[in-house]
Unconditional design. Structure first.
Length: 579
RNA sequence: CGAGGCGUAGCGCAGCUUGGUAGCGCGUUUGGUUCGGGACCAAAAGGCCGCAGGUUCAAAUCCUGUCGCCUCGACCA
């Protein structure tokens, strides 16, 4: 490819805070078409192609069979699984010309089951995995960060079908390893897996693959003591309370204008951990209220609460209509039209401060086991916290971090095969539902994540395995006859070796040319100029600045091949064996 | 969905308060001089001032509506 022909412009102006969005916009990789909707310029499309090639190789190595599901899907298919109504407005619903309801595919469990259900009626076909690389549309409430979070995106999604849970688990392990291989091959071996909440995908065991990054939208808890890693949505919140010897009597105190836990505890000189706070939610479906009581220093995990209630919820907009007193909600003398939930963080706690359900008043000396009528049904809806105990090893060593979710794997179970009634005959002639797993990777998000992880102030530093080109020739002074001749010859010779070359043949100043080269992030750069030719050489530099040397013109081809092999081997060394 | 902000040349922006010839920088085109980290000179092209109404002799500017985009929050497979 010659730069003089390459479509796309590079800009100097810095436009965005997120590195990948900034560099990929400035570098002429992506162009926004609408909110969360992007077109890709050739450099980005080339990277995507290489990522997809890795995905295909790894999926095929798992015995996967590539298929293609539709983007526009009759709603009836989603009605079968029950998700037509259970999924919110992220699912785009529309009607075709005849008025039939349709959806845009946001994930493809339904078409996968639909495809397989009548061609896998015998156990002898199992296990099998089908996958596709295709467009998804999710009408996110808020797209952001360039390709990090978009509404339309390309995803590799695979679906495996098994005759037993054991078989699924064995295959899941192989997929897990394949995912580690994929991220390592894409140049980001630092991607880690974390235990995750299955959300509305259904199923039990699931992992998310995360690139740790401050801009990541997922919050993770990591244990430095035992290596436990989980999405905070899935991490159990461990708390313990020391029971005081002497139980104070429940005492009404005037707390004036103090409302928040900080204010009330500050006013009374109490540790927030010795208080009981109320968090109020409403169910989306009917606006009915749910009051959660928890220890004052603990946050509520909306995800856990949602899972417990099996209902979509949102923070309460107002409290009056259910009879709660804002700022003074408490479990004692509570007279409200709301469901009440006690978080585990209150178990065993004594002598707490809590709201008195009376404007301007709180209680001290609240002890749940004594003051709440009947046995308190504790549930675990608290959020793990920095420095808190690890759910795995118990060490108080939890660390909070952020990550970009670049992939996930789920053990789905029979949620979809049951609801859509997919069955097979087992060896005994029994008709049973196959057990499913599903496996996703966002292609564009992975590209942006690599950029996020591998860049400097001047542009991306693409790993050679996914770089848009392997070699970038910068011909300074193409008006110079010798430069022109040698650069042309080099371009042709490299291509003849099957090497992917970008040739900057433009008559622009050196600074301009190098800046563009930095933004394109090609791993190996060859500079051809009157100066290098006077030395009978080209200058060879790597984008990561580790190599900067002269190569004799005659040696250029072999040296470039050698360097490509070295850079490739470096990546391969990080790739674990498949299982 | 809640709060705030912005739509003016390909990109980045000024002008709007106080209505009166549409501007600046970058980029583009042409010619010339330059040439190892975003060069310089000269000339030129390029805009229904998001869209629709309204007020006015006159609207980029004031009013109403609408659409789009951005940021924060809510939400998230």
């Amino acid at each position: 490819m010659k730069m003089s022909q390459l479509l796309g412009e590079r800009f100097k102006e810095r436009a965005f805070d997120i590195a990948s969005q900034n560099l990929m916009t400035r570098g002429g990789y992506i162009k926004q078409v609408g909110n969360g909707i992007y077109s890709l310029f050739p450099p980005a499309k080339r990277i995507v192609n290489k990522i997809e090639a890795i995905l295909r190789e790894e999926m095929d190595a798992l015995g996967g069979q590539e298929v293609l599901f539709p983007v526009a899907i009759p709603a009836s298919l989603w009605e079968l699984s029950g998700r037509y109504t259970s999924v919110g407005s992220e699912l785009v619903r529309f009607s075709d010309r005849s008025g039939s309801p349709m959806v845009l595919g946001m994930t493809h469990e339904e078409p996968a089951v639909h495809l397989a259900m009548h061609v896998a009626g015998t156990y002898q076909k199992y296990p099998f995995m089908i996958y596709q690389i295709q467009t998804k549309f999710r009408d996110e409430p808020r797209a952001r960060g360039g390709l990090i979070r978009v509404r339309e995106f390309t995803m590799k999604d695979g679906y495996s079908f098994h005759t037993s849970q054991e078989d699924l688990e064995a295959y899941y392990e192989r997929c897990y390893r394949a995912y580690e291989r994929i991220f390592a091959r894409a140049g980001v071996p630092e991607v880690i897996s974390v235990q995750s909440d299955s959300g509305m995908m259904g199923g039990k065991i699931s992992h998310e693959f995360m690139l740790l990054a401050d801009i990541g939208e997922d919050t993770l808890v990591l244990c430095d003591a035992c290596g436990y890693r989980a999405n905070i949505e899935a991490a159990e919140c461990i708390t313990s309370n020391e029971t005081d010897e002497v139980l104070d009597p429940l005492t009404l105190v005037d707390t004036g204008e103090n409302k928040t836990i900080e204010e009330v505890c500050g006013f009374l000189g109490t540790d927030p951990a010795k208080s009981c706070k109320a968090v109020v939610y409403q169910r989306n479906a009917d606006d009915s209220f749910v009051v959660v009581f928890c220890r004052g220093d603990i946050d509520i995990s909306e995800t856990k609460l949602r899972n417990y209630l099996k209902a979509e919820i949102h923070p309460a907009q107002e409290l009056e209509s259910c009879g709660l007193v804002a700022g003074c909600c408490g479990p004692v003398n509570l007279n409200a039209k709301a469901d009440v939930i006690y978080d585990q963080s209150l178990m065993g706690a004594t002598n707490l401060v809590c709201g008195a359900n009376k404007e301007g008043y709180h209680y001290t000396g609240f002890t749940p086991s004594r003051d709440v009528g009947g046995a308190v049904p504790y549930v675990n809806v608290g959020q793990a916290f920095s420095g808190g105990p690890c759910p795995n090893c118990g060490e108080p060593a939890l660390r909070i971090s952020h990550g970009i979710e670049v992939g996930n794997i789920f053990q789905l179970g029979t949620k979809y095969t049951e609801s859509m009634d997919m069955t097979f005959d087992d060896a005994l002639g029994n008709r049973v539902h196959p057990i499913m797993g599903c496996y996703g990777i966002g292609v564009g998000r992975l590209m942006a994540s690599v950029c996020e992880a591998k860049h400097d102030d001047y542009g991306p530093i693409w790993p050679i395995s996914i770089a848009p080109w392997q070699v970038h020739i910068c011909a300074l002074r193409v008006d110079d006859e010798n430069v022109r001749r040698e650069a042309d010859a080099l371009y042709i010779a490299l291509q003849a070796q099957g090497i992917e070359v970008l040739f900057d043949d433009r008559a622009v100043s050196p600074g301009f040319m190098f800046s563009d080269a930095d933004l394109l992030g090609v791993p190996i750069r060859l500079v051809v100029s009157p100066k290098t030719l006077a030395r009978g050489a080209f200058e060879l530099v790597t984008r990561d600045k580790r190599v900067k040397e002269d190569v004799a013109i005659a040696d250029a081809l072999s040296r470039v091949r050698e360097l490509i092999a070295e850079l490739t081997a470096e990546i391969e060394r990080e790739v674990p064996e498949s299982i």
